[in-house]
Every structure is written in structure tokens, then in C-alpha cells.
Design a protein around this ligand. Structure first.
Ligand code: 9EZ
Length: 530
């Protein structure tokens, strides 16, 4: 299922190949070169579906909230520091980045920092340019035989390890997500963090900035390090505690630092930047022609494929969406959303009261669909509860905030297979529906205790009536509907064992005020329009 994105606003000087590729794929692109205020972005977004940025534009909650037509935010680069992902998720907006495109540039910049630190390259150069000839002041050290610690063994960390091994460095490393065996595959000896500190001559960080990595290199860690240890941060400001690093530089515990990123950018406190043992660059890790071209092209391809085939690459929020977008999932999405809608109306979930949602997934290979089926049921359920749009991106978050308790039971051996049950408990009252696919068609086979033997098609307009059990309900319903000028498609009664059967009627168009239809022996229950 394609994402409905046609008009794309490109900012922040993303390489021109991005717009070129998008236009070649038939999409409409507006490129704005000048820096825009929030108001200007909001104004422009009234006529655009997607916003593509690098890192200069801060995509705030304010912008996202004021742009109901916004469907996708794309970042040409790694990380999403300048995007309020939480706000985007809440408003059902996709967020994408290009995590791979910067890898080699970031890794090379790191290696350049390590090499420069080993020979005091910038300071020696500045000294000579100042007319001095200071050879003993700039005594260097070899990288050969030294130990490099790589903290964070993702793509960039691995590329750094591979390159520095060429200088004869021994590479140790840590990453909670990488086993010792996996690390061995790319020739990194895995260590625990507390083993790293006393062993390393150089420590380079390659993690995202998350609570677990904030101040990863702090006063305590530095106090356990070798005298003269060198620290490199080309990842994110804040992974290295700047005050602790400055202290360690002053005592000589830290012999030098290569810093490309800072807690505050640009830094206003220049103490670290101006310390003679630091080599500093203004966040240049990804700043190469090649990387900028690569991320621009990657983002364009990703947005085009989202818009044209619904294949989602580089997705930051809504991780289950990719499976949901697969063509084969479409009927299941439809069925689960329709069941959510019927169950929600049946239970009266619109009151704002918290309730419990129990999902039953029957049949083999339903596991892979579980995550998006939950979201999809919630979309159907909450459509009438929330003023703003509910979609597969924000449904779990909105449900959590609405106090909906969700549980799932899977029965892979159940018969009949491939049915979905939705049960809602609200105020101690239980209501449930069960549905299945007949081919690609969604049908309702059970509503509370009433079973529909051949299933009620969940498509178009469906009305449900509750009979009084006298057996005389059908004709009055049909008469009332025909008098109301409804065109009947099918009429079905539950049963045959029901004593008070339900009657389901599909009509071509929605029926106006069906609760006012004069029907004896039957009461209008609910009407859904799909
Ligand atoms: C933490 C990490 C790496 C790290 C990297 C990632 C969740 N997480 N944690 C401490 N992705 C090295 C040291």
C-alpha cells in the first residue's frame, strides 16, 4: 500500500540529486534554499505532504501539530536529533532517516582524528605556520601495537575497527547488542566496559545518544583509564562528559581528545575547544561530498518507494508498519480494522472510560502479523474516540494514553483457522466479535453470542437489528428499510440455534437515522459504513 505522498518540501540544502530523483519518479518537489522560520514551514506544509531536512531545520511539535496534512518527515543523515519523533508518532506522521549513508565518512573522520592525535598534527602545523620550528615539542607516538577501544559496534564502529587494524592497532570493544562471537567475526575482542578502561590507549565512541550512553565517558571511567589515554567522539555530543574530560586533560590522565561533536552546538564554552591537547572540528563527520550525495539519493529513493510501492526503508517510528504495508496483509488490515470498528460501537467505547481489549488470533502464521493487527484493530476502535486521525503509526501510543489495556491470545492449532476475535470489557460488560477472510473478503461470523453461519460481509453499509425472538422480526425490518428508500443488498439472520437472533442487513448507502425506523419485534443495534 503506497503512502499518500505527492508534494514534497525539501530544505536544508539537501544535495540537489534528492529533488532530481523525486521529480524523475513523478513526484512534485519544492526546494527552499533560504532558512525558514517555523511559521514559514507551517505555511508551506499546508500544500505539501512530506518535509525533507538535513539537520538545520528543527522539526518541532509545534510544526507537526499545525500541519495536519503532513504524512512523512525525512532526514538526510543519521539520527533524528532535530525531529520531535514523539510528536510525529502521536500525529501519525512517518519519520525516516538514512542511517547507512554517512557511515564511511564518519568512520574516516574518526580514523583521521586518531592519526592526527598520535602526531599532534594540527598543533604542529599551526606552529610551523606561525614561523616556528618546534620538533621536540611535537614528539609523536606510533599507532602500531596500541590498543583501540571501540564503544558501540554498529556500522561505523566496525568500519573504524577495520581501518585502524591496518595500522597494526589491537582493537577491543563493547556493545550490549553484540556478542563476543559476532565481534570476533570483524576482529574486535569483546570486553566488558570495566575491562576496557585500564586496557585502552585510545577510546572512540560510536553509539547513539541515549540515556544509557549519556556521559558514558565520565569522571569515574576516566579515573580508571591509562595515564595519557586519548578520547575520540565523532558520534554525538554528550556521550563524553565535557567537564570531566577537561579535568582529565588538565591532570594529564587524558593525553588528548578528538572532538567533532559537542553537548551544545556550536559550543559557547570554548574551554575544551581551546585546550592545546584537543583536536576539534565543527561536526564534520558526515560532511563530505560523497556522504551528502549518498544520503540525498538514499532519502529520495526511500521516499519514492514509500510513495509508490509502500515499501518503507529507514523507518524510525512505527517499526511494524513495513509488514502491514505488504500487499498480502491488506485483507487482514481491512478485517482487523472493521472488527475494531464493530466491537467499538457494540461496546460503546466512545465514552472516554478505560477498557480492556482482548484479541484472539487463531491459526498458524498469525504471529508475524500480530503487531500490526493490534494496531489495526485499535485504528478501527479509536476512529470514533479521537478528534484527530488515528492510523497504524499512532494507534499504539494513543491507546496506551487512553488507558486501553491490550492483551493477545494466539492459538495456532485453532479450528477454524484464520479467524480474529475482538473482545472488549468496559464497565464489567463484555462484548465480542469474530471475523474471518473468505478469499479477500472480510466477513463477520459472530457478534456477541449470535453466529452468522455464512458470515456477514463487512463492506459498504451494514445494519444490525436485535430480534425479540418471536420470529416475526424480519418482515417489519425489511418493510421499514424499503419505506426509508434503502436499497437492500443482503439480509441475514443469525442462528439457527439463537432464541433472540440478530438480523444483519447490507444496504447500498447508509440509512439515515435507522434508530427511528418503526420496527416491531426488533430493535436497531448498530450501523457501520466501511
Ligand atoms: C552502550 C552502548 C554501546 C550502546 C549502543 C547501543 C543501546 N545501545 N547501547 C554502552 N545501540 C557501548 C557502551
Amino acid at each position: 500500500m503506497p503512502v499518500n505522498v505527492v508534494r514534497i518540501l525539501v530544505t536544508d540544502g539537501i544535495n540537489e540529486q534528492c529533488a532530481q530523483i523525486l521529480r524523475n519518479r513523478g513526484l512534485h518537489v519544492t526546494v527552499v534554499v533560504a532558512k525558514m522560520t517555523s511559521e514559514e514551514i507551517i505555511r508551506r506544509l499546508k500544500t505539501h505532504d512530506a518535509l525533507l531536512v538535513r539537520s538545520a531545520t528543527k522539526v518541532t511539535a509545534e510544526i507537526i501539530e499545525a500541519s495536519p496534512g503532513l504524512k512523512l518527515i525525512g532526514r538526510a543523515g543519521t539520527g533524528v536529533d532535530n525531529i520531535d519523533v514523539d510528536a510525529a508518532t502521536r500525529h501519525g506522521v512517518l519519520v525516516m532517516n538514512t542511517p547507512g549513508g554517512n557511515t564511511l565518512s564518519a568512520a574516516e573522520h574518526t580514523c583521521v582524528m586518531i592519526a592526527s592525535l598520535s602526531r599532534n598534527l594540527p598543533a604542529a602545523c599551526a606552529s610551523l605556520k606561525a614561523g616556528k620550528w618546534e620538533r621536540s615539542k611535537f614528539m609523536g607516538s606510533e599507532m602500531y601495537g596500541k590498543t583501540l577501544a571501540v564503544l558501540g559496534l554498529g556500522r561505523i564502529g566496525r568500519e573504524v575497527a577495520q581501518r585502524m587494524r591496518a595500522f597494526g592497532m589491537r582493537v577491543i570493544g563493547f556493545d550490549p547488542m553484540v556478542s563476543a562471537e559476532a565481534a570476533q567475526e570483524f576482529h574486535v575482542e569483546k570486553r566488558e566496559l570495566d575491562e576496557i578502561w585500564p586496557e585502552a590507549d585510545y577510546i572512540t565512541v560510536h553509539t547513539p545518544l541515549i540515556p544509557q550512553t549519556k556521559n558514558l565517558i565520565n569522571a569515574d571511567a576516566l579515573s580508571r583509564c591509562k595515564h595519557g589515554v586519548r578520547i575520540i567522539n565523532v558520534a554525538r555530543g554528550g556521550i563524553v562528559d565535557e567537564a570531566a574530560l577537561l579535568n582529565a586533560l588538565k591532570t594529564g590522565r587524558c593525553g588528548g581528545a578528538g572532538l567533532d561533536v559537542f553537548a551544545e552546538e556550536p559550543p559557547t564554552n570554548l574551554a575544551l575547544v581551546q585546550h592545546p591537547a584537543t583536536i576539534c572540528t565543527p561536526h564534520l563527520g558526515a560532511n563530505t561530498r560523497e556522504a551528502q550525495q549518498r544520503v540525498a539519493r538514499e532519502l529520495a529513493e526511500q521516499v519514492a518507494s514509500a510513495a509508490q510501492s509502500g515499501t518503507l526503508v529507514g523507518l524510525v517510528n512505527a517499526p511494524n508498519l513495513n509488514d502491514a504495508m505488504r500487499f498480502a496483509s491488506r485483507p487482514w488490515l481491512w478485517l482487523s480494522r472493521a472488527l475494531g470498528t464493530v466491537a467499538g460501537m457494540l461496546a460503546g467505547v466512545g465514552s472516554g472510560k478505560p477498557f480492556e481489549l482482548q484479541l484472539t488470533l487463531n491459526g498458524p502464521d498469525m504471529d508475524a502479523m500480530q503487531s500490526f493487527l493490534i494496531s489495526s484493530v485499535l485504528v478501527g476502535l479509536m476512529a470514533g474516540m479521537t478528534p484527530n486521525g488515528v492510523n497504524l503509526i499512532n494507534a499504539p501510543m494513543l491507546a496506551h494514553e487512553a488507558g486501553i489495556r491490550v492483551s493477545v491470545t494466539r492459538d495456532s492449532a485453532a479450528t477454524p483457522a484464520h479467524t480474529i476475535g475482538v473482545r472488549i470489557t468496559l464497565d464489567g460488560q463484555e462484548h465480542s466479535v469474530v471475523g474471518e477472510l473468505q478469499g479477500e473478503q472480510s466477513v463477520l461470523v459472530q457478534l456477541d453470542r449470535a453466529r452468522f453461519e455464512s458470515g456477514v460481509t463487512l463492506g459498504g453499509n451494514v445494519l444490525f437489528f436485535k430480534s425479540d425472538g418471536s420470529g416475526d422480526a424480519l418482515m417489519p425490518i425489511i418493510t421499514a428499510l424499503v419505506s426509508a428508500r434503502a436499497e437492500l443488498l443482503t439480509v441475514m439472520a443469525s442462528g439457527p440455534e439463537d432464541t433472540t437472533p440478530l438480523i444483519a442487513v447490507r444496504t447500498l448507502d447508509p440509512v439515515h437515522a435507522p434508530e427511528k425506523l418503526p420496527t416491531s419485534h426488533a430493535k436497531f443495534l448498530l450501523q457501520t459504513y466501511f
